[in-house]
Design a protein around this ligand. Sequence first.
Ligand SMILES: [Zn+2]
Length: 418
Amino acid sequence: MTDEQSASLQVWRYLAMEKMPYMAGLLFSLRVLDAPGLGTLAVDAGLRLYIDFDAIADRSDDERAQMLLHEVGHLFADHHLLAEELGVDQRTKGRAINVSADASLNDDLRDAGCEIFADDGGFILPSVLGEPDYKTPHHYYRSLTDDDEGQDGGDGGDGGEYTGCGSGSGSEPAPCELGDDDAGGTAPAASRVQVEVAGAIIEHAKNRGRVPAGLAERTEQILAPSTTPWQKILASMVRRGAASRAGTLDVDTSRRSRRRHDARLGGTGRRLVVPGMHTPVPRVALVRDTSGSMSAGDLNAVTNEVEAISQRVGIRGMDLRVIDVDADVAAERGYRRASDLAVRHGGGGTDMRVGIDAALQVRPRPSVVVVATDGYTPWPEEPVGVALVCVIVGTDDQRPRAISTAPSWAKVVEVATS
Ligand SMILES: [Zn+2]
């Protein structure tokens, strides 16, 4: 950026903060790059904002402030995950994803006092799509793609001008994006800044009141209160499990060792295939107690822990199975997002041993079984052959008794609920 561009940006950022002061953390964390020829603004998940300063020269400062808010809106909502969540190829549906993400955040911007200019190059509101406000991008995407199948060329993939908001909006990356080149890592991890913004939103709500509905919801998702160091716990459990199995169950026969075995040394005359070593990525089967004694608060706490495992360890889908169990297995699925756990299957009596048995049947075999329960359950007498973590949820009064009955050979994690 030139000094002049940098000075302009300060003005836009100031105006943006007047409208949405809680976005300050993201606005100040952006690593802004001049992107001549881009034709617009774009963000990526690394908090980089690409601005074609010439292309937006005709806009007023206030409009450009709103454009900044729009771009950080994509970042706060983690729209870069959309293509994966929607299960579509962003090269063919990138435009539809981008429009859906835009519609889902522009109604909040309007509620926060943005004027939402809708002229050429302006903001798309859900009404433009013939849809109501306050729906998810997933909703708008389905509505868009149900109407027209396969008519979307994506952004930039067809050689035309890039019209998206960058990979941070869920669409195909803008041509100017740096990708893995972090140029010294000057952009902090998005998650940390999102947490700061979420905290600022809470403060704003306390002091002055109004926060757009979509942002309030997102804030609750981000401020999941799990403080469990899952990365550390699971890594140590996986190591322990691997050591106790002495390489018998933990080898990967699909990989060959780089070490060449000379048949002459072995003297067998056969070609030996030695299983390769591999870095253990934990596969977690999580048994969720859905019996009647689990309160809504307990279940929320469990959801936050599952989400924390997913984020901190970087696993989801079939690597993080969630099995709902009361006294029987009621449901099983690969975890993708917190809303997957909104419905409680089960609700009867409690026997987590049934869930542990079910977890041990999962293939490929999990490296760790996590049981999340209020603890009013019988436990297996003997170690089950896989590392077991007992997550005991409950109030300060309830947990000690539950913990006293947990198996001595299992790792116990306490999660306080009110
Ligand atoms: Zn956008």
